[in-house]
Design a protein around this ligand. Structure first.
Ligand code: PHE
Length: 446
């Protein structure tokens, strides 16, 4: 096994590690995916399923990924092989294919986000429903999308080339507090909008019990939970490989999942009041990937200069959230190249940039391609989650135990996590994976 000849970098502080993980988790998925999935999946029924998946399924997997990263101290591609031998190479491959696929279209959505941000600064938002129809077409079609895609990938690669402490950690220490501040301002502002109450009702109270067993709703809850927490993809394995031996893994997993879920809910508290106040709810019913980029700008565009200021804040916030996620996606191929071929971080970043740019070209050109790749990649994450749970629960229970002991976990926590990772989590993820696959095949064949 190739090992980097110089000593592996470590996070500067516990806070830095937590903020970087929260930075990876909080992204466009929270601001766009959460509202989108809950409007597709029947409001409260989606929120309930989502929280169930986070607590029962994702939390143990979070700890499993952390444990795998910290015991092996290598990047996600190599970690399963180093821990459990060559039979586990497919999991390593999943850990490299999924982040490259997601980064390739994430950069495109970042390009749209950046463009709306700039358009809100220059007062070019749509002022009514008619203008809004052309607006999304304008930001998402044509060669100018490449500019935003290249800029976003380039910025991400530049930050990653700076390393863990001086690149990723520093970015998150600066961006995350700003992000939370903007989020608070927007939630408070949205609460005073005319139909804020109706928006909240539709997000939380519009409860249709049948939706709890609807396969599409189940797929959306699973895929949104894994995507939003950046799980099943090797990011938490890689981030934990830069962790010192002592930090408390279960505690940090709780903190990160909690913050991520709070941000998802807060985003709903912003987007739903806007959507209902400006009578955009019909467009959210036939929700597509572009909804966020039409309803929110149109609603705010109609609202004069205060609306415009809020649009600047909202899309600025979305871009900040996205860049901290993008660096985590890029860190996977970059750290793999460094660990496997012992090359310099700078070159690993350049190669990753070029590769992902090329793979992203079809997503720039074709939104249904992007949409399908998104649905497939998210289902892959659920499969990744199953394999990690199985690996740590059944193949490497000793390593899991050691990592929990190093974390200073209580006996109760240890038994709970071991029990979950052996008997409960794998069964539930397998169930979620099969339903998601079935629903996905239906989606593609309809
Ligand atoms: N969690 C990020 C979001 O919610 C996206 C992401 C997914 C980032 C998977 C890394 C890995 O937008």
């Amino acid at each position: 096994m190739e090992q980097n000849s110089i000593k592996r970098e470590e996070w500067n502080s516990k806070l830095g590690f937590i903020l970087a993980s929260v930075g990876s988790a909080v992204g466009l998925g929270n601001l766009w995916g959460f509202a989108y999935s809950s409007s597709e999946g029947g409001g409260a029924a989606f929120v309930i399923l989502y929280i169930f998946v986070v607590l029962i399924v994702c939390f143990p997997i979070f700890v499993a990924e952390f444990a795998l990263g910290r015991t092996t101290k290598v990047s996600a591609f190599l970690a399963p092989i180093k821990a459990a031998g060559n039979n586990w190479a497919p999991l390593g491959w999943l850990f490299i294919i999924a982040p490259i696929a997601i980064a390739s279209y994430y950069a495109v959505v970042m390009s749209w986000t950046g463009e709306v941000f700039i358009m809100s600064i220059f007062d070019n938002l749509p002022k009514n429903a008619k203008e809004s129809a052309n607006f999304f077409k304008y930001i998402s079609e044509g060669n100018h999308v490449f500019i935003g895609q290249i800029f976003s990938l380039g910025l991400g690669s530049y930050i990653v080339s700076g390393g863990i402490k001086k690149g990723i950690e520093k970015l998150n220490l600066i961006c995350m507090p700003i992000l939370f501040a903007i989020l608070f301002i927007l939630v408070i502002w949205a609460a005073f909008l005319g139909k804020a109450g109706e928006g909240y009702n539709n997000l939380f109270l519009n409860f249709d019990i049948k939706q709890l067993t609807n396969p599409t709703n189940i797929r959306l809850a699973f895929s949104q939970a894994f995507f939003s927490l950046s799980l099943g993809i090797g990011i938490m394995v890689t981030y934990a490989s830069y962790l010192d031996k002592k930090s408390n893994l279960p505690k940090q997993a709780v903190q990160i999942s909690l913050l991520d879920t709070i941000v998802g809910l807060m985003a709903g508290l912003i987007t739903f009041p806007i959507i209902y106040t400006f009578n955009m709810s019909s467009s959210i019913k036939e929700s597509t990937i572009g909804t966020l980029f039409t309803t929110i700008p149109t609603g705010l565009g109609e609202y004069g200069s205060l609306g415009r200021l809020m649009a600047v804040l909202f899309f600025g916030l979305a871009y900040l959230a996205a860049i901290t996620s993008m660096v985590s996606l890029l860190e996977i191929p970059v750290s793999t190249l460094i660990d496997k071929f012992d090359i310099k971080r700078k070159y690993a970043s350049i190669y990753s940039f070029i590769l992902i740019f090329i793979i992203g070209i079809p997503s720039v050109r074709n939104i249904s391609f992007l949409d399908n790749l998104d649905a497939m990649a998210k289902t892959l994450l659920i499969g990744g989650g199953f394999l990690v749970a199985f690996l740590m629960g059944w193949v490497l229970p000793r390593s899991l135990e050691t990592e929990l002991e190093n974390s200073g976990s209580s006996l109760k926590t240890k038994y709970y996590l071991k029990f979950m990772l052996r008997y409960i989590t794998p069964v539930l993820v397998a169930w979620g994976f099969i339903i998601s696959l079935y629903d996905l095949v239906n989606k593609f064949s309809s």
